[in-house]
Design a protein around this ligand. Sequence first.
Ligand code: SAM
Ligand code: SF4
Ligand code: SF4
Length: 347
Amino acid sequence: MNAPLPTPVRIRAATDARGRPLRDLRISVLDRCNFRCPYCMPADQYPEHHPFLQRHDLLSFEEIERLARVFAGLGVRKLRLTGGEPLLRRDLPLLVAKLAAIPGVEDLALTTNGVLLPRLAAPLRAAGLQRLTVSLDALDPAIFSRLSGQRGDVAEVLAGIAAAERAGFAAIKINCVVMRGVNEGEPLKLAAHFRGSGHLVRFIEYMDVGTLNDWRSERVVPSAEVLAQIAEHWELRALEPGYRGEVAQRHAYLDGAGEIGFISSVSVPFCGECTRARLSADGQLYTCLFAREGFDLRGPLRDGHDDAALAALITGRWSLRDDRYSERRDELRGAIRDRVEMYHVGG
Ligand code: SAM
Ligand code: SF4
Ligand code: SF4
């Protein structure tokens, strides 16, 4: 009789207290921004002289690369660069090239307000950036200007998207945060504009991230309402999720003109499938967008911890993760008064 075969040795991916694996990492590369979107960094709260992080506070590209390698070793397959406005970080393509070379990273993406894309789309593409998300809340110039805190011009963002297309980015995601009384008429215009373009507009419910954006539930436009608006004009069919942890619910136009998506973290929370960690520009690990505080990785990194020790710290923190704020919003919202701000943790 043959001896039983030994059980294959597997490296166990990090799993949290609710059985959710660690799959995606959002990396904020700085907290500054050239916009002041009212839902993220309201202008009256963030004047030009606001004490943003200083250069020595920021992780260097080498430090970000090192942490990203450790995360990839723990099962992270998707990296997304964000901010603040990530394109303001000097020499960003050099970081992209470093991250693109990490074994195990299957998807490397970036979210931007798009203004600096005419200059940076081509070098980012050449450095290995695979996918791009551009935030665009309105096509109407006055509404767009208001939603950028009077800092942005919609024509510049459209020029940025055109530059990204020329640089070879396809299927660009276009993010639109919908706010009641501000831009609820814009989703239809955005859907019409991008239908047939190959790009995917995603409508995002206004979230109560942080404590400074004066969020109120009556300012949220539920995704179902936006979907109904668009479905009055074009027939749509709901699509199955493409992978575990996909946050957007996608719908395809029946006439073949592409897809739209909805990120409905207020009306349809998706915490059960949340496989995402966030690294702030100063090296704090956040296990939820609504976390009170981060877990410091910069200190241990600068103190000389080796990769195995960093991996043990991250796995230890992830294994304790029990976050599901969006599922418990009504109960937790009043109780938690200090939540990290969106521009710090990177959206
Ligand atoms: N500056 C870049 C940009 O705006 O694309 C990247 C960082 S921004 C924090 C990332 C994403 O978060 C953007 O698409 C933005 O619209 C979204 N966002 C910010 N605050 C939000 C809020 N309160 N509710 C929903 N989405 C929000
Ligand atoms: Fe800046 Fe993006 Fe926040 Fe707007 S959403 S203020 S562009 S970081
Ligand atoms: Fe993930 Fe926290 Fe958002 Fe839930 S509330 S989906 S746990 S980031």
